[in-house]
Structures are given as C-alpha cells and as structure tokens.
Design a protein. Sequence first.
Length: 241
Amino acid sequence: MIAIENIRHISLDVWMTLIRSNPAYKELRAAGFRKYFRLDEHSPATVETAMREVDVLVNNMNEVTGRNVHTFEIYLLCLHKLGREVKGITEKQLLGCYTALEELFFHYPPVPLYNNLHTLFDGIRATGRTISLLSNTGFIQGPALRRVMQQFGWEQYFSFQLYSDEIGHSKPAPHFFAQLLEKTRYLHGAGLSPAQIWHLGDNPLADVEGATTAGMTASLTTIDKQPLDQLLQLAAFDHAK
C-alpha cells in the first residue's frame, strides 16, 4: 500500500506506461530500413523480424549492464543479423537512416494509453507534488520523445525528463535512478528521502526493482490489471501539501 501522504515526487516510465507505438509504424519502419540500406535480398517481413529480435536483445543487454546501446549500434546489429557487412557503414549513413525513420515516426506517432492524463497531472501538481519522466530508449531517442510530450500537451507538467540515450545509463542501473534523486532534491531540497519519490512503470525489473533498490517507492502499472490513471488518482486529489 502506497503511503501517498509521504510522496513528494512522481516519476513515470514512457513506453507502455504513457504511450504505445502506432500499430502501423513498426512495419513501415522496417520497410524504410530495408529501402535505406538496400536490403533487397530480404523480404520486408524478414527485416521486421530481425529488428524486433534485436530490439528485445538490446533491451535485455541494457537491463543486464545498466548501459545504453546507442541507436546507431542497434542499426549495426540489425544489419549484422541480416548478413550485411557493417565495416564500411559510415556515421553519416546511420544518421541519415535515423533522420528518415524519425520523420516516419512523426507521421505515425505513438498512441496515448489514457485520455484523462491532463486532468490527473493538473490534480497532482495542485497538491504541490512534481512529476518527471524516466525512460529507456532504443530506436527512438530522447529528443524525439520530448517532442512527442510537447505535441500531446504533457510537457508543461514535467519538471524534467531523463532518457537513457542522453544519460548513458539504462534502468535498472543505480546511476540512472541516482540522476532522478539528484534532480528531485533540487526541486524539493536535499532532505528529500528516496522513499518520497514514487516511480511507476510497466517493467518489473527495470522500473520496480530498479526503483526499490534505489530506496524509492515503486508500482507496476499495466493497462488491464493496474491502469496508470487509477494509480495516479491516489496522488491527484489529496490536496495535502
């Protein structure tokens, strides 16, 4: 049971906590990757499968090491998996691919999981609590996610946003949660206890175990069993300062 009266700051994961991918995007992303690198020997479905498998692998690597595999490294892993020699690939090519796929990302933007977050965020801020984001990244980098938050009108509610590609560490790494604590203490004072930060996310290891190991309060949120909007109700409308 969350002792909500003690919570001063709420930290939120992004993917599958606030948003999910547009169903059309991943298929089109694979088609764009295939076209950009001229992978004509592979079917679009084969490229999509390879990218999905690398995505899972990289996520697991990040969780094990606490580091952040850069998007360009993810591209190289995908190319290697598809049998392409990566030695001659240039950074300019990788950047060009990212730029093209990011543009596609904004043509098929992610979908919010809840439609009442503005009201909840307003309620949370009215209690004197602050809100931030703490997210691992992969194919899509932090600057693009900041732009998404702005487009949804959520950016105004976040005191700060932390993304693994910008920090160089991934959840559940203690270094990443230490950044969260440092920035929150800047808002609420050096005496803030880690337990006064409530982190919510959909990953038992990266979000819940990572936060609790750092001494923070944590909750697992899932769309069907523990929806984020229901959990946030706890903090949104008790206007105790």
